[in-house]
Design a protein around this ligand. Structure first.
Ligand SMILES: [Zn+2]
Length: 443
């Protein structure tokens, strides 16, 4: 899921000020924290899994054990952030995945993001022909609060049946599970290809997913995005927009309104208009499949003026709008701008609206799509909705019917001591294996 919490303050939610200290936040963490006495960096489970890998002839298992891959992905820092001081590349994660995919017989393409050194997508294809199933995930994580973690964020720690690490649930942990599923169908004749897609910058700019759409690949019939949904299929989420409205007037002595043009007075009218628009949206758009059935518009923060005896010359408001499927962010922007232009005309104030980030489209997949039906059948859960946005709309733009479904819970994402419940790992491998058999082998 994309980071959203930079909305309020205009800054990311970071304690990862620590990451500022060095280009290698894993090293920083280790210098600040004594080794953990209980959940040692290489947990007994990982050690056992690694030992199993060593004991197994390379012929029979071309990739490391699942938890060993999990550990190595966590150990490759890949924070993405709208703040350049915290932003890192994801190339190390891509290279690990590319190597394992190649070992499984996939044809591997690393797609570098133009103008973003160290950032890349991976497209790995097993089998031939049109159609096929994409297993997709993002390789980046959000920043982290180093002082609030009790385990090393950059290694796998297994404790109390949980797998801890930065990105364990959102969503590096999806990849070893997807690779394990790919391994389990090795040797099976695939009538349609199996494609693994790993993207850059989902948590910040969505540049990875945008590049896939611009390049027009991969093309496939179905896609599973492995964001953490507790392994329940999801076919709906709202979109996300964050906008700033600036009102510019003229400051002057408060004793005579004619000496200026008050931006706060103008903002009062802007807010009245936005709240009226919100009420209209709620009347016109409703979808009972969502927990909050109507589109939301939240006034997040406001800054303006300085002194009571000065006419306020400048005021800025930030708001967040979550459209339902069927509502397009760009159309909403056009409508709001038209309504604000009317206020500007009547007041003589300068009123400007700008997006704080490009915005994400809402997502809705056909309830009868084969990928949705297969996910429902193999998990035993009806497809539902979630409160976060994903790369789903981009996969749909590439022509794929898409379901969001992955192990781990969003409740543990984007916070210290992020973990995935270990009991979700085996079922996730089983479900993905069944999806591959159904949509690639039996196709
Ligand atoms: Zn995510």
């Amino acid at each position: 899921m994309p980071a959203t919490s930079f909305a309020g303050s205009g800054r990311p939610p970071v304690g990862a000020g620590h990451a500022r200290d060095s280009s290698a936040p894993d090293a920083v963490w280790r210098t600040r924290h004594a080794p953990d006495p209980v959940g040692r960096i290489l947990s007994p489970c990982v050690a056992a899994a690694a030992a199993r890998t060593r004991d197994t002839p390379a012929m029979s298992r071309p990739i490391p054990a699942l938890l060993d891959m999990f550990d190595r992905l966590l150990a490759a820092p890949s924070v993405s952030c709208t703040d350049p001081a915290l932003d890192q590349g994801n190339r190390a994660v891509i290279d690990l995945l590319a190597g394992w995919c190649a070992a499984l017989g996939f044809r591997v393409e690393v797609q570098e993001i133009p103008g973003r050194p160290g950032k890349a997508n991976l497209i790995a294809v097993l089998g031939e022909g049109p159609g096929g199933l994409v297993l997709a995930g993002h390789t980046d994580t959000v920043p982290f609060d180093a002082d609030l973690w009790h385990v090393d964020p950059f290694r796998l720690t297994q404790r109390e049946e949980r797998l801890y690490g930065l990105g364990a649930t959102d969503m590096k942990g999806f990849f070893p599970i997807a690779l394990e599923a790919a391994l389990s169908v090795r040797g099976m004749r695939l009538k349609e290809p199996l494609i693994l897609v790993a993207t850059a910058d989902e948590e910040s700019s969505m540049d990875g997913a945008k590049l896939l759409v611009a390049a027009g690949k991969p093309r496939a019939r179905h896609a599973v995005i492995g964001e953490p949904t507790d392994l329940r299929p999801v076919r709906l989420h709202k979109g996300m927009m964050m906008e700033a409205v600036t009102v510019s007037g003229q400051s002057g002595h408060s004793s005579n309104p004619a000496l200026g043009n008050n931006a706060l007075d103008g903002m009062h009218r802007v807010i009245t208009e936005l709240l009226a628009f919100r009420a209209e949206l709620a009347l016109r758009h409703r979808n009972p499949l969502f927990e909050v059935e109507v589109p939301t518009l939240n006034l997040g923060c406001i800054h303006g003026g300085d002194n009571p005896n000065r006419i306020c010359g400048q005021c800025e408001l930030h708001f967040d709008l979550r459209p339902l499927p069927g509502m397009e962010p760009e159309e909403l922007r056009v409508t709001i701008r038209e309504r604000l232009a009317r206020i500007a005309g009547e007041t003589g104030l300068g009123i400007r609206m700008r997006p704080l980030f490009p915005g994400l489209s809402p997502f809705a997949e056909d309830a009868m799509a084969p990928v949705v039906r297969a996910a429902e059948e193999f998990t035993g859960h009806a497809a539902g909705q979630v409160g976060f946005a994903t790369e789903g709309p981009f996969m749909q733009q590439l022509g794929m019917q898409t379901v969001v479904m992955g192990p781990g819970s969003i409740a543990q994402a984007h916070q210290p001591d992020e973990y995935m419940e270990q009991r979700q790992v085996e079922p996730a491998v089983r479900v993905l294996t069944s999806m591959i058999r159904r949509l690639c082998a039996d196709a």
